[in-house]
Design a protein around this ligand. Structure first.
Ligand code: ADP
Ligand code: MG
Length: 255
């Protein structure tokens, strides 16, 4: 399965394209080949991600788990098209994103990725509805359609009745649900959540994990990044990361 570095470098443009088309036909949303991210600090090289091969299929619910400093955020930034790898290939939904420039990455990111962050990252002065509408404004969707889709996304997270509230008029759990609606409104290929319960009390955190389970059952592909085993245990598969490498890939069959 793991192509060697030499063969990767040797692939022609046509072969790379065909590989992407094959991945897409096989329903593989995320595929990395020997992915590296190296930081240079003075005369020291830090391999934050070192030779990662990951394959995630459409509809999977996967946690990426590892201790602090293991490379989770770096890997998430690569998967989320927020950063480019030092080396290796990354296909997102059949497209080779590891070769893209910043403009192309931004476009792909808006279309394919729904982000959920620990601190919600909502606009404080805007209503829940407007927060959810924003990605559609960037995507150039006409206003009547925007409104309808934003309402539908808020309905999917049980917040339609609160749609005219601003973030400071909502609880932490409700704010995170607005953020999840915003992440989903563009019908992204993956929902990428970085410690989504990190700022919530444990009861509210459980509610949010319940919502992820439902969204998974509705067909969404979810990638959850966390250092907490209790949170990772909600996923159906755990990719354990240590020192920038995949240490273990664990299927949770009890679900
Ligand atoms: P995690 O999210 O699992 O805590 P990170 O991906 O943040 O891990 O970091 C992995 C390693 O890479 C750490 O050793 C960290 O110090 C280093 N690192 C992360 N970002 C940078 C950066 N911008 N410059 C230099 N080193 C970095
Ligand atoms: Mg981190």
């Amino acid at each position: 399965m793991a192509a060697t570095e030499t063969t990767l470098q040797e692939l022609s443009e046509q072969e790379r394209k065909e590989r992407g088309e094959q991945l897409r036909r096989d329903g593989i949303v995320i595929r990395t080949y020997d992915l590296w991210k190296t930081y240079v600090m003075g005369d020291q090289e830090i391999h934050a991600v070192s030779g990662v091969d990951i394959e995630i299929k459409r509809g999977e619910y996967v946690a990426i788990m590892g201790p602090s400093g293991s490379g989770k955020s770096t890997l998430m930034n690569l998967i989320g098209c927020l950063d480019t790898p030092t080396k290796g290939l990354y296909y997102l939904n059949g497209k080779l994103v590891s070769d893209m420039d910043d403009d192309e990455l931004a476009r792909i990111r808006n279309k394919e990725i729904g982000f959920v962050f620990q601190t919600f990252n909502l606009l404080a002065r805007a209503t829940a509805l407007h927060n959810v509408e924003l990605p559609l404004i960037y995507a150039g969707v006409p206003s009547h359609e925007r409104l309808e889709r934003a309402r539908r996304a808020l309905r999917a997270v049980d917040l339609e009745q609160r749609m005219l509230h601003k973030p400071n008029e909502l609880s932490g759990g409700q704010r995170q649900r607005v953020a999840i609606a915003r992440a989903l409104v563009n019908n992204p290929s993956i929902l990428l959540a970085d410690e989504p319960t990190g700022a919530l009390d444990s009861h509210t955190g459980q509610e949010i994990m319940g919502l992820f389970e439902r969204l998974h059952n509705e067909g969404n592909t979810i990638v959850l990044v966390t250092h907490e085993p209790d949170i990772a245990a909600h996923a159906h598969r755990i990719i354990h990361i240590r020192d920038g490498k995949v240490e273990r890939d664990e299927a949770l069959t009890r679900h």
